[in-house]
Ligand binder design. Structure first.
Ligand SMILES: Cc1ncc(COP(=O)(O)O)c(C=O)c1O
Length: 373
């Protein structure tokens, strides 16, 4: 076995993935890999780029400090206080029995797939959509079917229903609004998708807070729909990506199913304390949303003026088309110190709305590279 020396430590490394007795269904897959580079302007993974306000950060720190006194003990396995916090935040009469949470909505979705997908089963999404759905599905041994959208990335109720009826998946992902396109999804699409399957329907509302004020959440559809799940995250509007907290609302029986697959004590006492404290400051934490939406709309207007096409977005990012060579444009922006995302859609790039200064830096850099078709 080759040995790589680093200083005085000797690290043994296996030469190749292919040499390992890896599961056959994982061979050839590539891991999630959005580049992490420390550039001055990082607008590539749809984070909230505004720091947590100082007074909120101080209160979160106090809560973490208090929780640290109990860190010798396992945390509350049922994270009751946190679940009550999410129920209050979501409203609509939800209670803690209908709430689940985990380390990011990625883990929430993984729990859903572990419970309802798995070997011999199928998950489905409508491409282009969130790149983790197929990876998470395959990680549980399930297969993944990519349904289609219209040329403008919308999805009608009729099309969703007929594609779901054809594929007969066990789990359907509806990303609302959709990443990486920003496209809104009306509630009638969700209702039609639900009626077209006997499987689980997951509405991923990671970006819901950036939709126009008053946009109804799929949470309003939960009564009477015991196979419907609405997932959310604190990573976007709440500026809490580094804390890793996602959650969902569903029928209490769904929550019981997720208890079968979660690791015991999966949410650390520090995570629970931090997230509960942040939730107590929800209005302040969400105070940045309107400013981010203003920057998003500024991006859309400005890229249009530069000769690109901005797709309608109800999120904190903009997908724009009309890029002559996305890989080349991405590299030239990188060289200017601006990191955005090439999501693999021909002639398109995606950029997160940052602070006003970051957004200006991106728009200036884009204007300078002149890469419209
Ligand atoms: C649509 C969607 N769902 C879920 C996630 C996962 O977020 P997290 O695991 O940080 O909660 C993301 C992150 O970009 C996303 O875009």
């Amino acid at each position: 076995m080759p040995v790589r020396g680093r200083g005085s430590t000797m690290e043994r490394v296996t030469s190749r993935l292919d040499d390992l007795p890896l599961r056959d269904d994982l061979r050839g897959l590539t891991p999630y890999g959005a580049p992490q580079a420390s550039l001055p302007v990082a607008l590539n993974v749809n984070e909230n780029t505004h720091p947590v306000p100082q007074d909120v950060a101080d209160d979160i720190l106090d809560s973490i400090a208090r929780a640290l006194h109990d860190v010798n003990r396992y945390p509350d396995r049922e994270f009751v206080t946190l679940r009550e916090g999410f129920a209050d935040y979501l409203g609509h009469g939800l209670d803690a029995a209908q709430i689940w949470a985990a380390n990011g909505s990625n883990e929430v979705l993984q729990h859903v797939l572990q419970a309802f997908a798995g070997p011999g089963r199928t998950a489905m999404g409508f491409a282009p959509t969130y790149s983790m759905y197929p990876l998470l599905a395959r990680g549980t041994g399930a297969s993944f079917v990519a349904g289609a959208r219209e040329a403008d990335f919308s999805l009608s109720a009729g099309s969703a229903a007929s594609q779901i009826a054809d594929a007969a998946p066990d789990v359907v992902f509806l990303c609302s609004p959709n990443n990486p396109t920003g496209t809104p999804m009306p509630l009638d699409v969700i209702e039609a998708a639900y009626d077209a399957t006997r499987g689980i329907v997951v509405v991923d509302e990671a970006y819901h807070e950036f939709a126009p004020h008053g946009t109804p959440s799929a949470v309003t559809l939960l009564p009477g729909r015991e196979r419907l799940i609405v997932s959310r995250t604190m990573s976007k509007a709440f500026a809490f990506a580094g804390a890793r907290v996602g959650y969902l609302a569903a029928d209490p029986a769904v929550v019981d199913a997720l208890r079968l697959v979660r690791l015991p004590y999966h949410l650390s006492v520090l995570t629970q304390a931090a997230a509960s404290a942040a939730l107590r400051h929800a209005p302040t934490m969400l105070g940045m949303v309107d400013e981010i939406v203003a920057q998003r709309d500024r991006i859309s207007a400005t890229v249009e003026a530069l000769g690109y096409t901005a797709h309608e977005s109800w999120t904190n990012f903009v997908l724009f088309g009309g890029v002559a060579d996305p890989a080349d444009a991405w590299q030239r922006l990188y060289d200017e110190g601006v990191l955005i995302r090439d999501v693999g859609i021909p002639h398109h790039l995606r950029v997160t709305a940052g602070t006003e200064d970051e957004t200006t830096a991106f728009l200036d850099a884009l204007a300078s590279i002149d890469s419209a078709l």
